[in-house]
Structures are given as structure tokens and as C-alpha cells.
Design a protein around this ligand. Structure first.
Ligand code: ARG
Length: 593
């Protein structure tokens, strides 16, 4: 496995060297090399530099050009405009660097030089409740970030901080104690994973509704439910047993949704709120002793200068309620101590709805004051809201939150229709099973891609028509580009892809080649800023350039053997780059579509 220096990086280095030779007093100045439409690259760093040194930018640019030695990479270089340096790279250099990438399993992408340990908190649904679009975002974004970081060699520890604790369980457990058969399977035959997940959820819904009715109408039951919470928190074995039944039922449902979403969630990474129960007293003790938290009207609170309510009064983070109960904040604080102290994390990520930004700001600051969290080590990857077509938070017509399973089901159904129609048009003979499998890969890919291709902090409209469209910035478009390449490679038969640096390239080939050259740098930037949408944009750019190449440059009918092989080589590297990039986003690339 060898990492490959991109052509862009090589050219950058050459220009930087020429700049420091031309201007020794600015030895470390950045020539600011960018891709450009005029030439392949343009360096415009000479403008600011000349201004700073009170020189003439065109003269400086000319000096830099004069200092550039002849090289294999640079075919043409000239001063342009007010003092830009325009650079055209050699066709052979493009093909040679790409060949080095193709020879490497990792496509020449290096590992991070100094990887650390990241704990990422994502996909944290709530026990006994349905998963909704908010959980979709957390799951899809978290899964992509995990894959992107792991690919760079970061040690990633996943945490699914599920909502499995709190007073609401008193009601459910008490009801189940009194009606032990409420969760029974009623003899229904075990069906597919999806069906048993649905069945588990409907049993939980039934339990939830029945216990709610009793809780709201029967004062004595209400009291028994409250007493049950105390038993739960003090670790009463029988109560825990019943609680585990409820959690287990929910896990069946969660796993069915994860299967449908094609996301791996491992049981050992599901460490819910309950897991920190035993640490909460210690959290309180340390916060109180250090003075980070103070008692206020009986509750244990942390105050912040810059957090005030509309009335101007400070709004504290409540670690312990006046009745002694612990809330969401206490669990998050205990989790930070565990993640930094025991798991050795140097970075903590939280893929959580932007509407919880204030909570995390206060929790992080509290943990920092308490000495549990180094400054700047924690970060919320805050995501925006999923909107309906009306631009308002996505709801059903009845105004209820949309069930994730329904959404995914509809996406797969739509995608299956697209796949079937396209197969019929293209004369592709797919079995019903193949159509169903591809429909799922296309439909789920469409949902994930629509989510990941917009910057995560932004809201986006859930629009299935657009998501499964064959044209435009969609995963379907990328998947078809990939499948089309596979079909060409199959048709090529014994003619194998081979790089031919001696050939002259067409403009569409150069554009495709220079884009392929940017893969490693793109991944590095995406990992450093936690911005999967930049990877999506890169892949869309790649598929678009491929489409242009495909339209302008015949592959199998190119004529001479060397050109056919070289074009097959570009096809193959494009496909491998697409597949790798899509895999990092959690999206499948079917070989035939
Ligand atoms: N269970 C919460 C919800 O559904 C999200 C939990 C986020 N993670 C955390 N560590 N607080 O909104």
C-alpha cells in the first residue's frame, strides 16, 4: 500500500520552490495554486505577495516562471492577467499518476499521519418509541462519519446513547408487571426481519397506549408506577428483568430498521443512558465539591454568564432535580467522563439535532470546568431539520411525526419502479429477486444521498420524486454511471484496461483525469471537517465528468488498441473511485442496473 502524491500536489511544490528561488525573503509563501478553467491550474499568490513587498506582480510572476525548471509534469506555463501564473500539465503526467493510484488497493489515499481515538455518539433512538426522520439523519450521518474516519486510520469507538432510562419506564414496567402477557407474540409465525421488527413495535405501541390510559385515569396505578421508578433506579432485580424485556423488544425493532437502512449497529456499541446510572452519584459529588455546580431551589445547577432566558434570568443546566431525580444532562456528563477517562478518547463527536445545541454547549462547558474534558475536544455535529414539501418540519397529513419505516418503504417502492422500468427499456433481463434487491439498494441509497449531499447543518426537503430521479445530483445517477462502466468493462472481454502515458488526451479525458487526481485530498478535507457533503459533491463531479467523457470519447470503438486500453483504464479507475467513495457514504453500487 503506497500513498500517491497527487499531480496537483507535485505541481504546487514545484511552483512553491520556484517562488522561494525567485524571492528568498518570502521562502515559505503559498503560491495559492487552484484548479482553473483557463489552464489546468492557476497560481495567484503572487498578487498579494507583490503588494506586500511593494513590487510589480507581473514581474514577480515572470520571475517565478523563469525559476521553474523543465519538468515532466508541466507542459506549459505563462504569466497572465495582472500577475497570475497559468499552468498546463502534461498528458503523460496525468496518466502516470493515475496509474500509480490504480496500482494501489487504497487508490493511493494515505492514512492520517497522526490518528487519534474518536468516540462518536450517533443513532440514539428511544426505547419503546418509533424511529423518525431525526433518527434517520443521526444514523446516516454518523455511519458515514465513522466510515470516513476509519478509512483514514482513526480509532473510532461508536456509542448509541439510546433513551432507555427515566421516569417513563416506571409506567411501562408497572403495567407489564400487572399484565405480564402484554408483550407476548400471540403465536404469529416469525416472518422476515422487517415483519418481526414491525410486530415488535406494534406490541410496544400497544403496551405504551394501555399503560398511558391507566396512568392518566387511575391515581393508584400512577403511584405504583412512581414507586416502580425508584425500584428501577435502585437496581431491583425483578424490575430490571421486566425493563430488559422492554429494551429487548425495542432492539428487535431497531435492528429491523437498521437492516432496512443497510447500516451496521453492533450490540456492544449500544450503551444507552442506563449504562451510566451507577456513575451519577459520583458526577454529582464531584461537581458539588468542586463548586462547578451549586444547589438552587433544591436542584443541582450549573450557571453560565451567557445563557439567559427571555426574562434575562440565567438558565442553568440542571444536573439533579430537586426531587433527587437525574435527567438527560447528568447522563451526558457521566458519559463524557467515561469516554475521555476510560476509553481514552481525544475527540468526542455527537451527531444530534441542532435543536439540542444549547444542551451540548452547557454540557461540554460543565465537563470542561470539572476537568473531565479538554478544551475543544468535544463537538456536536449538529444537523438540521427534515422538512416536508410545504417547507415545514416533516409531518403526516394528520400532523404526526412520520415513521421512518414508512418513509423507507416508500423510497424502496419508488426506486424499484425506476429500476424495473429502466431494465425493461435497456433490455436488461433481471429476475424479480434482482429487481427487488436493486430497488432496495437504489431506494435506500437515494434517501442516504439526499441527506448526505446537503451540508448537515442545513434543513432539507424530503422529496422522493427528486431523490430517485435519474438526472441531477442523486445517488441513482451515480449508481447508473457505475453500472454503465461495469457493463463496458464486461463487453471489453479480453481487452484489459492499461495506462498509456504516451498518448495525447482529449479535453474530456483530461478533465476526468484531473478530477480523479483530487480524490485523496478531498477525503482528507472531508475527514478533517466532518463534511460528508463534500465527498458527495466530489462524486457527483466525477460522475458528471465521466458522462461528458463517455459522450465525447468512444471507448471500445476508439480505433487503435492503445487508446481503447487507456480509455478502459480511465473507466476502471473512475468506477473504483465511485465505489470507494459511495461505500464511505454507506451507499451500494450494484454491478448491473
Ligand atoms: N435519544 C435522543 C433523541 O432521540 C438523542 C440522544 C443524543 N445523544 C446524547 N448523548 N444526548 O432525541
Amino acid at each position: 500500500m503506497a500513498s500517491v502524491t497527487s499531480l496537483a500536489a507535485t505541481v504546487h511544490q514545484r511552483v512553491a520552490d520556484a517562488l522561494s528561488a525567485a524571492l528568498p525573503e518570502a521562502a515559505s509563501a503559498d503560491p495559492l495554486l487552484r484548479r482553473s478553467d483557463r489552464a489546468d491550474f492557476q497560481a495567484n499568490g503572487m498578487l498579494a505577495l507583490a503588494k506586500k513587498l511593494k513590487g510589480n506582480p507581473r514581474e514577480l510572476a515572470a520571475k517565478v516562471v523563469g525559476e521553474l525548471p523543465e519538468s515532466e509534469e508541466i507542459a506549459q506555463i505563462e504569466v497572465s492577467g495582472p500577475g497570475f501564473v497559468n499552468i498546463t500539465v502534461a498528458d503523460g503526467a496525468i496518466v502516470r499518476t493515475l496509474a500509480a493510484r490504480a496500482a494501489d488497493e487504497r487508490l493511493g489515499v494515505p492514512y492520517a499521519e497522526d490518528p487519534g481515538t474518536t468516540v462518536i455518539d450517533y443513532s440514539q433512538p428511544n426505547v419503546a418509541k418509533e424511529m423518525h426522520v431525526g433518527h434517520l439523519r443521526s444514523t446516516v450521518i454518523g455511519d458515514a462519519v465513522v466510515k470516513i474516519l476509519e478509512h483514514r486510520g482513526e480509532k473510532v469507538i461508536r456509542r448509541h446513547h439510546i433513551g432507555d432510562w427515566g421516569t417513563q419506564f416506571g409506567m411501562l414496567i408497572q403495567y407489564l408487571e400487572e399484565h405480564p402477557h402484554e408483550l407476548d407474540h400471540g403465536g404469529d409465525a416469525p416472518g422476515t426481519a422487517g415483519e418481526s421488527g414491525e410486530a415488535a413495535m406494534s406490541r410496544l405501541n400497544r403496551l405504551y397506549k394501555a399503560s398511558r390510559v391507566l396512568f392518566d385515569s387511575d391515581e393508584e396505578f400512577k403511584q405504583r408506577a412512581r414507586d416502580r421508578v425508584v425500584l428501577l433506579q435502585s437496581g431491583d432485580e425483578r424490575t430490571l428483568e421486566t425493563w430488559r424485556r422492554i429494551v429487548g423488544e425495542s432492539m428487535i425493532y431497531f435492528h429491523a430498521v437498521y437492516d432496512q437502512l443497510d447500516v451496521e449497529v453492533r450490540d456492544e456499541d449500544v450503551v444507552g443512558e442506563s449504562a451510566y446510572n451507577d456513575d451519577l452519584q459520583q458526577v454529582v459529588k464531584e461537581l458539588e465539591e468542586s463548586g462547578v455546580a451549586v444547589r438552587s431551589e433544591g436542584a443541582l445547577c450549573v450557571f453560565f454568564d451567557d445563557v439567559k432566558g427571555p426574562d434575562g434570568k440565567p438558565v442553568p443546566l440542571i444536573v439533579q432535580k430537586s426531587n433527587g431525580g437525574f435527567g438527560y444532562a447528568a447522563t451526558d456528563l457521566a458519559a463524557i467522563r467515561d469516554r475521555v477517562g476510560r476509553l481514552g478518547a481525544d475527540t468526542l463527536l455527537y451527531v444530534v439535532d441542532a435543536r439540542q445545541a444549547l444542551h451540548f454547549k452547557m454540557v461540554f462547558e460543565t465537563a470542561r470546568r470539572a476537568g473531565w474534558l479538554p478544551e475543544g475536544a468535544a463537538r456536536q455535529l449538529a444537523f438540521g431539520t427534515v422538512l416536508g414539501r410545504d417547507g415545514k418540519p416533516f409531518k403526516t397529513r394528520e400532523g404526526e411525526t412520520v415513521r421512518l419505516v414508512d418513509l423507507l418503504g416508500e423510497a424502496v417502492e419508488r426506486a424499484t419502479a425506476v429500476v424495473r422500468e429502466k431494465a425493461e427499456q435497456g433490455g436488461l433481463d433481471l429476475t424479480a429477486e434482482e429487481i427487488a434487491e436493486r430497488g432496495a439498494q437504489v431506494g435506500i441509497g437515494a434517501v442516504k444521498y439526499a441527506d448526505l449531499s446537503t451540508s448537515m447543518s442545513r434543513d432539507y426537503v424530503f422529496d422522493l420524486d427528486r431523490m430517485v430521479s435519474l438526472n441531477g445530483d442523486t445517488s441513482v445517477y451515480l449508481q447508473y454511471a457505475y453500472a454503465r462502466i461495469q457493463s463496458i468493462l464486461r463487453k471489453a472481454g479480453d481487452t484489459r484496461p492499461a495506462a498509456h502515458p504516451e498518448l495525447r488526451l482529449e479535453p474530456a479525458e483530461r478533465a476526468l483525469g484531473l478530477h480523479l487526481d483530487e480524490f485523496a485530498e478531498t477525503l482528507e478535507a472531508v475527514a478533517e471537517t466532518y463534511e460528508p457533503h463534500k465527498l458527495a459533491a466530489y462524486l457527483y463531479g466525477l460522475a458528471s465528468r465521466y458522462t461528458a467523457f463517455y459522450d465525447q470519447c468512444p471507448v471500445l470503438k476508439a480505433g487503435d488498441a492503445a487508446t481503447v486500453e487507456n480509455r478502459l483504464f480511465l473507466c476502471d479507475l473512475t468506477a473504483r473511485t465511485l465505489r470507494q467513495g459511495m461505500a464511505l457514504l454507506g451507499i451500494r453500487t450494484p454491478e448491473r442496473l
